[in-house]
Design a protein around this ligand. Structure first.
Ligand code: WTA
Length: 646
C-alpha cells in the first residue's frame, strides 16, 4: 500500500486549498532558518551546562560540531537536575512486564540506581571513552545502564534484544566494547528468551569483551564464567550512591547506534552529547507538548533510536512520567494496550503505522470497550502512514479530539525533523502528511539533477543546513559517512527517502529510495539479509526485495540460486528461514523464498534490483522502466520477463 503510494500514486494528495492558519509558526520558522546559530544557541541554554560553549557551530562540511567547548553531562540533565525539585518523587517510569509484573521508578530512585551502576562500571575499570554494549530487554535497567554509562563518559551502544548472535557479535566487534550488559531473561509472547546464552555465544568472537554484567530477573541458575561474568545485583551491592557526573565536551560521543544501510555491514551512527541533547529536548517539547501531568507512552523498543530519544533522554530531561512496556502489542490479549492506557490514564501515545494497522485489524469494538478519554495527542513514526490507518487512529483511538503528529526522522537525525508541532501552533492536518519541517530544519525535495521539485513532483528529501541532533559520523568510517550521505547532492544531507511537497508546502514522505527495507517499522538492509542467506552452505546467490504488505508496510521476499548438489524443497525453505533468524533475528525472516536458476543482472554483473523488486511485489514492468538504472530499458525489460517466468 505504502509502496503503491510511494511509486507515485498519490491518491491521498489533497486537492483542497485551505489556508494555513498559523502564520506565527511560519515567521518563527523563517527566522530560525535565517540564523541557525542564534536560534540553536538560545535553545542550548535550556540545558544545564558545566561550562558554556565558545562557538555554537563549527561547520566543516560534512562534519558539524555543535556547542564547541561547552561542557555537559547527559545523566545530569536527565536525572540530577530534578533532584532539587518536587519531581524527585515523581514517577519517571511506570513499567509493566509482559507477564503482568509492575514497577514504578521515581526520578529519585532512578538517580540512585544510575549512580550505583555508574560506580559498578567504574569498579569494572570502565573509563571515559570506553564502549559498552547493552543487550537488554525492555526493563528499567536499560535506561539506567545508558544513563550510568553517560555519567562516566563511557559510550554505550544498545543492541536490540530481538537481534540474534550474528548481529550482536558484529556490533560488539565493530565498537570493541569492553563490557556487555545483559539479563538472564527476556520475554516475547510468553516465551522466555535466554539472553545470556546468546551473549555467551557472541562473545566467543569478540576479544574486546572483558566483562559480562547480567541483571538477574529469574531465580534459576545459569552458567557464569568466573572472572568474566558478574551479576548486576552483586556489582551494585556495596556501590556508592553518588558518582560525580563527568563534565564532557559537547561533542564527546554519547552513543553509537548501528543501523542498516546499503551494504552488508551495519553502520554505527555516532551521536554527540550537547547537540543531541539540545535537539531531543527541543523536539520533545515542540512535538509532544509535554506537561507535568502527562502520562506519556512511546511504544518503541529502546533498541531503536526512537526509544533512545523519546523514551530515555527526551522525556527524562523534561521530567515527564512515561509508561514503559516490555511486551508486544497483542499479547496476552489483543486489547492489552488499551488496558494499559486505561490503567495509567495515558495522555500521549507515540507508536508506528504497523501497530495502528494491526490494532485496526482487530476492529473498533476492543478500543471502544476501554476508557481512552485520557488521550490528548497521538503520534506515529517509522514508516509512511496510509490515510486509512491515519483516519482510524484519529477517529477510533483519538475519538476525533486528538491531533495526530506524523513524525519523520531517522537514526542519523537524532530526533524528529518533519512533523506538526502542537507546542508552536498546529497546522491543519492532512492524513498521510508529516506537514512541515520543524524550526531550524531547512528541508527540500530535489530531482535527480539537484533542482527543487515542483509541487506534486516526487523527488529526494535533503536537508540543507546542519542541525544539533545530526549524527557526527559513522563510527571508524568517516569516508563512508561522507559518501553515503553527502555526495549525492554535494554539501546537502541526503536522507535516502523519496518525498513530495504539495501546493501548500506540506511534505509527504514516500519511503526509501535505496536498498533499505522498513518491515513493521524496523529498518533492514536487503544486502544484510542477502549476506545471511549466502552464508548458508546451500545458497550460491541471493537477492532480496520488499513487497507491499497491508499490515507491516513491507514484507521480505528472497530469490536464491542454489549451489550444485542442493535441491529446492520446502525443508530447505524452512532451513533458510531459520538460518536468517539465527544470523540476524526474527524480524529479518523472509516471508517468501523462491528458488530460481539465475538472478537478473546487468552486463557488468550487478543485480538489477528494480527488476527483483518489481517481481517480488508483482508489479508491472511499466513501473520500473521509468526509474533510472545502470542498465538500458531494453535490458531491464528482457531481464524482467525472463526473471518473471523463471
Ligand atoms: C522511515 C526511525 C514516512 C523513512 C525514527 C526513514 C518514515 C526511515 C517516517 C528511518 C514517517 C520514519 N513517514 N517514513 N513519519 N518516519 N520513516 O532509522 O524511510 O529506523 O528514512 O528511524 O524510516 O528509519 P530509522
Amino acid at each position: 500500500m505504502a509502496e503503491r503510494e510511494a511509486a507515485g500514486e498519490l491518491t491521498n494528495l489533497p486537492t483542497e486549498t485551505r489556508v494555513w492558519p498559523i502564520q506565527n509558526y511560519l515567521e518563527y520558522f523563517q527566522k530560525s532558518i535565517r540564523d541557525i546559530e542564534a536560534f540553536w544557541s538560545q535553545i542550548g541554554h535550556e540545558l544545564v551546562w558545566n561550562r558554556l560553549w565558545d562557538q555554537v557551530l563549527e561547520w566543516k562540511p560534512p562534519f558539524a560540531r555543535w556547542f564547541v567547548g561547552g561542557l555537559v553531562n547527559a545523566s545530569y540533565n536527565a536525572v540530577d537536575r530534578h533532584m532539587s525539585t518536587w519531581r524527585k518523587n515523581k514517577a519517571a517510569y511506570l513499567w509493566e512486564g509482559e507477564a503482568g509484573d509492575r514497577r514504578t521508578v521515581t526520578y529519585g530512585e532512578l538517580f540512585r540506581e544510575v549512580n550505583r551502576f555508574a560506580a559498578g562500571l567504574r569498579k569494572l575499570g570502565v573509563k571515559q571513552g570506553d564502549r559498552i554494549a547493552l543487550y537488554m530487554p525492555m526493563i528499567p535497567e536499560l535506561p539506567i545502564a545508558m544513563l550510568a554509562s553517560s555519567r562516566i563518559g563511557a559510550i554505550f551502544t544498545v543492541v536490540f534484544s530481538g537481534f540474534s548472535v550474528g548481529a550482536l557479535a558484529s556490533r560488539i566487534q565493530d565498537s570493541e566494547a569492553r563490557v556487555v550488559v545483559t539479563a538472564d531473561l527476556g520475554f516475547r509472547r510468553g516465551k522466555s528468551i535466554n539472553l545470556k546464552e546468546i551473549v555467551d555465544e557472541a562473545v566467543q568472537t569478540t576479544p574486546s569483551v572483558e566483562h559480562v554484567v547480567v541483571f538477574r530477573r529469574a531465580g534459576g541458575e545459569i552458567p557464569m564464567r568466573q572472572g568474566r561474568d558478574i551479576w548486576w545485583q552483586d556489582l551494585v551491592k556495596d556501590a556508592s550512591n553518588f558518582v560525580a557526573p563527568e563534565p564532557l565536551e559537547a561533542n564527546h560521543p554519547l552513543y553509537i547506534l548501528y543501523t542498516s544501510g546499503t551494504t552488508g555491514r551495519p553502520k554505527g551512527a555516532v551521536h554527540s552529547t550537547g547537540g543531541y541533547l539540545t535537539y531531543v529536548y527541543a523536539t520533545q517539547k515542540w512535538v509532544f507538548d509535554v506537561k507535568d501531568e502527562d502520562v506519556y507512552w512511546c511504544t518503541a523498543d529502546i533498541g531503536w533510536v526512537t526509544g533512545h530519544s523519546y523514551i530515555v533522554f527526551g522525556p527524562l530531561m523534561h521530567g515527564v512520567t512515561s509508561v514503559m512496556y516490555e511486551g508486544v502489542l497483542d499479547y496476552p490479549a489483543p486489547d492489552h494496550w488499551w488496558q494499559i492506557v486505561e490503567r495509567y490514564g495515558v495522555t500521549v501515545l507515540y507508536t508506528t503505522p504497523t501497530a495502528i494497522r494491526t490494532l485496526m485489524k482487530f476492529g473498533d469494538e476492543l478500543p471502544r470497550q476501554h476508557d481512552l478519554s485520557s488521550f490528548r495527542l497521538l503520534g506515529t513514526v517509522g514508516e509512511p502512514i496510509n490515510p486509512a490507518a491515519w483516519e482510524w487512529y484519529y477517529r477510533v483511538i483519538g475519538q476525533e479530539r486528538c491531533p495526530i503528529v506524523d513524525t519523520w526522522w531517522q537514526t542519523e537525525t537524532g530526533g524528529i525533523l518533519i512533523s506538526p508541532a502542537p507546542n508552536l501552533g498546529l497546522p491543519l492536518l492532512k492524513p498521510g502528511s508529516a506537514t512541515y519541517p520543524l524550526p531550524g530544519i531547512d528541508a527540500d525535495v530535489l530531482n535527480e539533477a539537484g533542482a527543487t521539485t515542483a509541487p506534486g513532483e516526487k523527488g529526494y528529501l535533503v536537508i540543507r543546513k546542519p542541525w544539533p541532533g545530526m549524527f557526527m559520523t559513522l563510527y571508524k568510517d568517516p569516508d563512508r559517512y561522507r559518501q553515503v550521505y553527502w555526495e549525492k547532492f554535494p554539501g546537502l544531507y541526503y536522507a535516502g527517502d523519496y518525498a513530495v511537497r504539495d501546493r501548500d508546502g506540506y511534505f509527504w514522505l514516500l519511503g526509501r529510495a535505496d536498498e533499505v527495507l522498513k518491515v513493521a517499522g524496523h529498518r533492514l538492509g536487503t544486502i544484510e539479509i542477502e549476506d545471511a542467506l549466502v552464508s548458508h552452505p546451500a545458497v550460491a546467490e541471493a537477492a532480496v526485495a520488499g513487497r507491499p504488505d497491508t499490515i507491516k508496510g513491507e514484507a521480505i521476499v528472497a530469490f536464491v540460486t542454489l549451489r550444485q548438489g542442493h535441491n529446492s524443497s520446502s525443508a530447505l525453505v524452512e532451513a533458510l528461514k531459520q538460518h536468517v533468524r539465527k544470523e540476524i533475528g526474527p524480524i529479518a525472516t523472509p516471508e517468501e523464498i523462491h528458488f530460481v536458476s539465475s538472478l537478473p543482472k546487468t552486463r557488468s554483473g550487478k543485480i538489477m534490483r528494480r527488476v527483483v523488486k518489481a517481481v517480488a511485489s508483482n508489479r508491472d514492468i511499466g513501473d520500473i522502466t521509468t526509474l533510472e538504472d545502470e542498465a538500458s530499458v531494453e535490458e531491464v525489460k528482457q531481464a524482467f520477463s525472463e526473471f518473471k517466468s523463471a
